[in-house]
Design a protein around this ligand. Structure first.
Ligand code: CS2
Length: 491
């Protein structure tokens, strides 16, 4: 089938929006590390909407692992379809802001050259939590991470995002080129600070002069939000039918999108505010709110939902007891821990989240969200639990997600079938829980994971007791029965 490309773009059905700028004039100003579906449904879309104002902000998308995205997009001149859908309908639009795609393991020098090029003024990242090579409980670089060790030994031939960033900065320092702005777009609290901390530590381990240069790099924090399920072949087929040409990797998402950014870009930035991004002096309150309400609920839905047999988030929301549980979790246990957000309607935000989770048009798999729990739980659920413990308040609902993660991460579902657990700690967890069936022993083994629980929560007797209580019930009667007990909304 003929593919979407610069040549076929003018012949698409007129109902499909296409870039409103001359793509031949677009040059690279942003290198994005981790060009997955999320980036292509979020930052690349905001950028697409403002390229007509200044075409020097095109995106070079870099994959740090597989060649799949490059293989799909290169024959399409970087073009792809964005499908936005909810129960009310759908729209299709072609995004043109990605003008180059590179695959780091194939050609690390091309990536470094792009990052070191003076025209590159922003390096942004969606490399997921584990891409920061940090200890999730403390946010500090894990000096013994295999990729960190590799990149320290081979600085000119890096593997990790951190290694690429620091080597590119070293080349800029050497050439007398100002540092780019580093923009983390991952779901981490104060993501700019986390990134600054890990790159600074890595530079220190390399060379003090380089560390001094890295210390001056701007790392604004951001809060990013859009639900983007993995694209399926069914999506590809439907979209090709509507386009009349093939698109090897469209992205499918919801109407909602939000981007809150700290405005600290010494070498300039696209006018993202014209596309609806909000610039604020300090982003951490928004991030805490989003991570605890949206992502904390998401992980809870994913583990309990998966165990109860729900394939998607919308199906999990329909399980008897789930919606009142999630509403109560957000209202009773998370909201009281949130910092003051003057002028922000928290109640409307929570209601909108429930509607987004129930979006019947998105097939967002519980298994997808369940990935990398060891890296996600600290900022999604455990920080909230810490705050509740400190306030002497209950956390009966918050503990459910943590216990369900423990059940899930052991790698066996309720029917005794293997679960395909994707997590950097998966092997360690499988080894430490092998042969254990006593809830107390299982919980004790998990709480020993200091990278996740640190040394405070791991030793909290109340927390341990609560986990054992829930895990015993999950093991005895299963997730659906546990959820059913939450059917009546709390007063
Ligand atoms: C999800 C997020 O996969 C996950 O862990 O919780 O990707 C979530 O969909 C986004 O953060 C929404 O902005």
């Amino acid at each position: 089938m003929t593919r979407l490309s610069n040549d076929t773009l003018p012949h698409l059905p007129k109902t499909i929006a296409t870039p409103d700028y001359d793509r031949t004039k677009v040059t690279v100003g942003i290198v994005h590390l981790g060009i997955g579906a999320f980036h292509r449904a979020h930052q690349a879309v905001f950028t697409d909407e403002v390229l007509a104002r200044d075409p020097s902000w095109g995106i070079c998308g870099v994959s740090l692992r597989s060649a799949d995205t490059r293989d799909a997009l290169e024959p399409q001149d970087g073009l792809y379809t964005l499908k936005v859908q909810d129960g009310g309908g759908e729209t299709l639009r072609i995004i043109g802001s990605v003008v180059e795609t590179l695959v780091a393991p194939e050609d690390p020098q091309a990536v470094l050259a792009r990052m070191a090029d003076p025209a590159t003024r922003i390096v942004s990242l969606t490399v997921t939590e584990k891409g920061y090579c940090h200890n999730p409980a403390t946010g500090m670089l894990d000096d013994n991470h295999p990729d960190v060790l590799h990149d320290l030994q081979n600085p000119g031939d890096p593997r990790s995002a951190i290694g690429f960033i620091v080597e590119a900065l070293a080349r800029r320092q050497e050439a007398g080129v100002a540092a780019f702005t580093l923009l983390s777009c991952d779901n981490l609290p104060s993501n700019g600070h986390v990134l600054k901390r890990v790159v600074s530590r890595f530079a220190e381990l390399r060379d003090p002069q380089l560390a001094a240069f890295v210390a001056g790099v701007a790392c604004p924090s951001t809060m990013i939000d859009r639900i983007v399920p993995a694209t399926t072949d069914a999506d590809r087929n439907v979209i090709a039918g509507a386009l009349g040409v093939g698109d090897a990797w469209p992205v499918v998402t919801e109407p909602f999108r939000q981007w809150v950014i700290e405005d600290h870009f010494p070498l300039g930035r696209p006018a993202w505010e014209a596309a609806g991004a909000v610039f604020v002096p300090e982003v951490s309150v928004f991030e805490t709110m989003k991570l605890r309400l949206l992502n904390g609920s998401h992980s809870t839905l994913a583990y309990l939902g998966y165990l109860a047999g729900a394939e998607t988030v919308a199906e999990a929301m329909a399980l008897p007891g789930m919606q009142p549980l999630i509403e109560g979790l957000m209202r009773e246990e998370v909201s009281p821990t949130l910092p003051q957000l003057t002028g922000f309607d928290l109640v409307a935000y929570r209601l909108a989240l429930i509607a987004r989770f129930k979006n019947p048009a998105l097939r967002h798999r519980t298994w997808q969200i369940a990935m990398d729990g060891s890296q996600k739980l600290p900022q999604r659920l455990l920080g909230t639990i810490r705050d509740r413990i400190r306030a002497g308040a209950s956390y009966d609902r918050l503990v459910l997600g943590v216990a369900a993660w423990m059940y899930y991460a052991r790698g066996l579902d309720e029917a005794g079938q293997a679960i395909d657990v994707r997590d950097p700690l998966a092997r360690r967890i499988a080894a430490m829980t092998q042969g254990l069936d006593d809830p107390g022993e299982i919980v004790a083994a998990f709480l020993g994971l200091e990278d996740v629980f640190a040394d405070d929560l791991g030793r909290d007797a109340g927390f341990r007791g609560a986990l054992i209580g829930v895990l015993s019930r999950l093991l005895a009667t299963g997730s659906a029965a546990e959820l059913a007990g939450w059917q009546t909304p709390s007063p």
